[in-house]
Every structure is written in structure tokens, then in C-alpha cells.
Design a protein around this ligand. Structure first.
Ligand code: NAD
Length: 453
């Protein structure tokens, strides 16, 4: 066994993580760690991704603090065994569900929100009483280094540890008797993780990606739709798993929408966004080349310029794209928004339903019947009506995908539940015994059928 995995599993078995007091103390420590390391975190995010302080704080640190507060507030209640009903056949017994930690959890993180996506699952794993091994992304090495330093300063390795590196590290860990794997990343790697996990039947959560559509119908508040789509798409330079990947726009409102979108792109990032130091860069050369190559297709309506030295791409809107273009064949994960024009909502619903189930979907329109139609006739992880991304910030909403966009969910109570095994227990009375189940029971078959169905 890998020495770190053995160390954690042995320590876990000693039962240190079982109590409410211990877990609450650890959550407090994570919060303190975030405060102490705030500056290095912000600097590392600036260095690896060019994130502004405002963007880094709101989308990474603030989110985690809120999540910790929520866990601390409800932890006691979430840890309580859940009493369930006792059927007549079970009279005399008590029936309940115990929330039990799995043991040692492995958390594999991507690079796009490298702090938030590495630590948000840790909060759930710790609250549920697991030990944790974190594998941050190698594509944001400064952030990975900071995560390692801060965890080492606050937690012993037998409880929480960080293993840095690339896929070899993950592959080696996936060969170990890990008790739970929480993976955030791309669909192809998610499939590999599940394949590896199946060898040992390790339970998994897969937080994946894909192409998430936004639909702007003719009755939408166009100005607000443009503003909220500009924010959701170009935040983190489009490198957000739930960013609107592409947009369906009703032909009657297309011109107005494009005008409004341009206005908000300029308002948010300036006329010269390539010179705006607060506009996030593309994480590395290969992703930069991939996203830039889309610009050769379709017709560019807004933006389209790139700065290859600093790996920056302007917020870009493209028209006249088709499903056969490369930009529509894969998740864009960059600041490029292709537009597809439509006349009937049904065509949109049918086309989306032919594709893998998206992680998110955003519908803009005022008519409630149409809102319901879209919500109920397309399967997707989660989403918003008349907004983008905001559902992820409500800890009462479990966050996750469906089909190709993922398995399982987390945030708030869903995180606690994800990292807990539900152990169903029956505590039987010894004061009497119902003979009905035993061979030779004196009760006739008719009576048994009446009782048991
Ligand atoms: P990725 O799948 O390339 O990497 C994720 C992690 O897996 C990294 O730690 C990496 O080292 C490791 N890894 C890479 N290749 C591996 C392999 N062959 N075997 C084992 N481990 C391997 O993803 P990424 O590029 O870091 O992140 C972008 C993707 O993640 C996008 O598809 C995005 O939509 C998705 N994402 C999803 C969410 C979500 O919450 N659903 C959040 C952020 C990103």
C-alpha cells in the first residue's frame, strides 16, 4: 500500500474523526487557514491565471468561507441518525440511518478554480469525518504549491495531505484501496477515473463538464439577458465548467441582443480587453492554441483579437457557426461564444436533446409555460431561468451533472451526504418476538398475506 494511504487508513480506524467536536474544530481550522493564506492564494491565482483580486476573492475564497459557515451551522443536525418509520411487521423495533464516513477520500482537482475546486470537497469530506488526500492540478503549479504549504501547516499528513503532480500521481493513487474518490475535471479523464475506480469498486463522484447552452427567447428581457450572459460567459475568461458554452438566440431579438452584449463586454472589460490586467488569461499554450483555432471558423461579431505572448483572448462572439464546426464539437472552455439562431423553441429542445446531457442550461424568457417546458423537456445537471451561474452559489442547491456531465453532487448538505455512507440499522426488541416469520408459524397464510402484503 502507498505509505500515505496506509498512514491515513490506520489513523482513521483509531476513530479520531468520529466526534462532532473534532470535525467542527477542523472546519474552523480550514477557515483560519484561508484567512492566514489569503495573500499567497491571491498572488498565486494572479500568477497562474491572471485573476484579479476581486474575481479571485469572490469566486474562490468567499465561496469556501460561506460553505464552511454553512457546514459549521448545520453539522450537528446533519450528523444525527435519521429515524425512519417502523412498519407493522417490525413492531417493537427502532429503525434509523447512521451517517458514517467512508474512510480515506481522494480529491482530484482541476485548474480553472484551483483553490475552490480543491477545497470545497475537502469541507464536505472533513465534515463527514473522512481523512483526505488532495491531488491539485499540475497546470496551476503555484496554486498547487500554496495548497500543499497551507495544508501542511495546518493539518498532519495522517489526516489531510496533498500529493502534487500529474496524471501519474492520480493513476498511482487510483490503484490504492481508497474509500471514496471525488473527481472534478473533463469528461474523458472522468471516464478513466471511473474505469480505474471500478477495479476496486470505489464509490465516485464525477463533477465533469461539456457544452452548456443558453437560450434567449423572443420575450426575454434582452438587456438583462445580455448583461448576465456576458458575466457568466467571460468570468475567468470562459474557463468555467458551467459557463454558457454556446447561445441559441431567437431571430427576432438577435440584433438587439448583440448590441446589448457588446455594450456590457465593454462596460465589464473595456474597449481594449487584451490590455486589461484584470481579464483572466488562458491557462497554458496548448489551451490557448485550441481556443484561438476556433476563431478561424464562423463570422466574428465581437472581439476576435488575441495576444499570444500573454495568452489572452478577447471576449469574442461568433455568428454563422454550425454543429459541424470544431467550436461546436467540444467544450470551448474559453472566452468565445458562438451563436445559433432559431425560430421555434421546439427545434432548440430537440437539438439539445440529441447531444450529451449538459452540466448547466440557462433559459431567458418571461413566459412561465415556456420556462417550464424547457426545464422539464431537457435533462441537464442544473441551471437558471433568466440568469447564469448563480445556482452554484446557493448551498441549498446540490450541484452536479447528469449523464456525461457527471455523477453525484455536492455543496451544503449534499457535500456532507456525498462523503457519508448511509448505514441502515434496525434495533430489535428482546421483550417479545413475532413468530410470523418463522417456519411452522401458527398464523395461517391468509393472515401472513394480510400483514405482509
Ligand atoms: P482534466 O480532466 O484534464 O484534469 C483534472 C485532474 O485530473 C487534474 O488533477 C489532472 O492532473 C488529472 N488528470 C489529467 N489526466 C489524467 C489521467 N489521464 N488520469 C488520471 N488523472 C488525470 O481537467 P482540467 O483540464 O483540469 O479541467 C477542465 C475540465 O474540468 C473541463 O472539462 C471542465 O468543464 C471540468 N470542470 C468541471 C467542474 C464541475 O464542477 N463539474 C468544475 C471545473 C471544471
Amino acid at each position: 500500500m502507498h505509505p500515505l494511504v496506509k498512514l491515513q487508513k490506520d489513523w482513521f480506524k483509531e476513530g479520531h474523526t468520529r466526534s462532532y467536536e473534532f470535525r467542527k474544530e477542523q472546519l474552523k481550522k480550514i477557515k483560519k487557514m484561508l484567512v492566514t493564506f489569503e495573500k499567497p492564494i491571491l498572488q498565486a491565482l494572479k500568477f497562474d491565471l491572471g485573476k484579479s483580486e476581486h474575481e479571485a476573492y469572490t469566486s474562490e475564497i468567499a465561496f469556501l468561507k460561506k460553505e464552511i459557515d454553512d457546514h459549521m451551522k448545520h453539522l450537528k443536525e446533519w450528523m444525527e441518525p435519521v429515524r425512519v418509520k417502523t412498519p407493522i411487521t417490525h413492531t417493537g423495533s427502532k429503525n434509523f440511518i447512521i451517517k458514517e464516513p467512508y474512510g480515506t477520500a481522494l480529491i482530484i482537482a482541476p485548474w480553472n478554480y484551483p483553490i475552490q475546486l480543491a477545497l470545497a470537497p475537502v469541507i464536505g469530506a472533513v465534515a463527514s469525518g473522512n481523512t483526505v488526500i488532495i491531488k491539485p492540478s499540475e497546470l496551476t503549479p503555484t496554486v498547487s504549491w500554496v495548497i500543499k504549504r497551507m495544508i501542511e501547516q495546518y493539518f498532519p499528513p495522517h489526516y489531510i495531505a496533498v500529493l502534487e503532480g500529474d496524471k501519474e500521481v492520480t493513476e498511482e493513487l487510483m490503484d490504492q484501496p481508497i474509500d471514496y474518490v471525488f473527481f472534478t475535471g473533463s469528461v474523458p479523464v472522468g471516464k478513466k477515473i471511473m474505469e480505474q475506480a471500478s477495479r476496486r469498486l470505489i464509490p465516485v463522484t464525477l463533477e465533469l463538464g461539456g457544452k452548456s447552452p443558453a437560450i434567449v427567447h423572443k420575450d426575454a428581457n434582452i438587456d438583462l439577458a445580455a448583461k448576465r450572459i456576458a458575466w457568466g460567459k467571460f468570468l475567468n475568461a470562459g474557463q468555467t465548467c458551467i459557463a454558457p458554452d454556446y447561445l441559441y438566440i431567437h431571430h427576432e431579438v438577435k440584433e438587439d441582443f448583440i448590441r446589448a452584449l457588446k455594450k456590457y463586454i465593454i462596460e465589464f472589460y473595456g474597449e481594449e480587453s487584451l490590455l486589461n490586467q484584470d481579464f483572466v488569461k488562458i491557462v497554458n499554450r496548448s489551451h490557448f492554441d485550441r481556443v484561438s483555432s476556433y476563431l478561424d471558423e464562423g463570422h466574428i461579431l465581437i472581439g476576435g483579437r488575441v495576444d499570444s505572448r500573454n495568452l489572452r483572448i478577447e471576449p469574442t462572439v461568433m455568428d454563422q457557426v454550425t454543429w459541424t464546426d470544431q467550436v461546436m464539437q467540444e467544450e470551448i472552455f474559453g472566452p468565445v461564444l458562438p451563436l445559433l439562431t432559431y425560430a421555434e423553441l421546439d427545434e432548440v429542445i430537440n437539438q439539445i436533446n440529441e447531444k450529451p446531457k449538459p452540466l448547466a442550461l440557462y433559459y431567458f424568457g418571461e413566459n412561465e409555460e415556456q420556462q417550464e417546458r424547457v426545464t422539464h423537456s431537457i435533462s441537464f445537471g442544473g441551471g437558471c431561468i433568466n440568469d447564469t451561474l448563480f445556482h452554484i452559489l446557493n448551498s441549498h442547491l446540490p450541484f452536479g451533472g447528469v449523464g456525461e456531465s457527471g455523477i453525484g453532487s455536492y455543496h451544503g448538505k449534499a457535500s456532507f451526504d456525498t462523503f457519508s455512507h448511509e448505514k441502515s440499522m434496525l434495533k430489535q426488541t428482546t421483550k417479545f418476538d413475532q413468530n410470523i416469520r418463522y417456519p411452522g408459524s401458527k398464523l395461517g397464510l391468509k393472515a401472513v398475506k394480510a400483514l405482509m402484503g
